[in-house]
Design a protein. Structure first.
Length: 83
């Protein structure tokens, strides 16, 4: 309702200012994201250099997650049959 008391030019100014601030925030967020990605890549490289097979570990984690989901589904089915 406050917008009703403002002129169109004031409203336009507020929205343009907000977009400008948000664009800068997005730029900073992307910088942070790039730093995080660089750090992750450095750790991945270090683990590979140490002989850790990350792809095998990812497959194991995926299989464990699928097994857990199957267990939850079977458990829910059993609970429904007992109800």
């Amino acid at each position: 309702m406050a917008e009703m008391n403002m002129s169109k030019d004031e409203q336009v100014g507020i929205h343009k200012g907000s977009l400008s601030v948000l664009a800068k925030e997005r730029e900073e967020f992307l910088k942070l994201l790039n730093v995080v990605e660089q750090l992750m890549q450095a750790h991945i490289k270090a683990l590979k250099d140490l002989g850790v097979d990350l792809e095998a570990e990812a497959r194991k984690a995926q299989e464990a997650m699928q097994a857990k989901e199957t267990f939850k589904k079977d458990d829910k089915d059993l609970a429904n049959r007992l109800a």
